[in-house]
Design a protein. Sequence first.
Length: 409
Amino acid sequence: MMLDFAIFWDWLSFAVRWLHVITGIAWIGSSFYFVALDLGLRQRPGLPAGAFGEEWQVHGGGFYHIQKYLVAPAEMPEHLTWFKWESYATWLSGFAMLCVVYYAGADLFLIDPNVLNISVPVGILLSLATIGVGWIVYDLLCRSPLGKSDTGLMLVLYCVLVFIAWGLTHLFTGRAAFLHLGAITATIMSANVFIVIIPNQKIVVADLIAGRKPDPKYGKIAKQRSLHNNYLTLPVLFLMLSNHYPLAFGTEFNWVIASLVFIIGVLIRHYFNTVHARKGNPTWTWLGAAVLFMIIIWLSTVPKVLTGEPKTSAASAAAQVYIASAHFPAVRDTVLGRCSMCHTEEPVYEGIYHAPKGVMLDTDARIAEHAREIYLQAGRAHAMPPANVTQITDQERALLVAWFEGAGK
């Protein structure tokens, strides 16, 4: 039963992650398109009453003629497509992935006793609280007098995000801190759609149906939230992928790296927004992004000497079961001989400077804590070691399988 559950859960994680990527592509793709469309609108004499601008486009062998109304057309159109489900599905699938990977594997991926020694339930509640509070703070700032200034608001919001990035690294593992910063940002984006943009559009539609002239303030508010979503998209993509790169999340200045990523995302979006609006070709944004990226590379190489994370000396109660197994001495020799040259605090394998994904397998406790991953990656699958560079044998893989399954029983 343990065997079936472990494999099923790994495939469930894959399925949820795949769904999240699919829905994310749908949401981000439509967002990028409409931002480019909005910026490319042109005004001309003879447009229908209330029309702000129009755009001609060609794609797939056909021509498209698009017109935009800042408030609403004079009459309610017969067919109206709402762009909202992409956002909702992306957030729901992302939260499902958070539950499957980080809540179910909280001991491994969410909580680091060297950062904050808390129980799994407390860690999960803290995770949910940070996501909820992040949205509340953002929404209050947008509704405050500060919200009347787009530039001032975005500067303050950036400072808040930097503080959140720093705070998260003092609550969770580096990997989970980056993931939660992305989750908070994605929640802000999706909640903007669910709580502000769509409800405002529904008010306008209701006014049209009732024969009333819609208030333009609703469109203005929705436009501001849409602008925020536009500039937050690229940093969210980076944070979604960051769990594959310990050089980003597992270093001393990981919160600074996350903060700089937001600036890089803004610079790149500014370039495309400017080009789409036909207001120039600000190539300096790419130079600025490249310089910031070089700073990130340098920050990722700074040794962790200020806080120094001690090696875990004691295993959890669950991990003790794997240490107590009769197979463990042989398993330990196998892992230390085949895996620990990379999966250690100071890797000795050429070209590896930090343990891949932050996974260290250089003590009994760490080997036991990662029993499930060792079983799946090097036992059942042949994903590890990559290209079998350390020549692990079939007998050793069978030993890893027998160890995990036997201890699980």
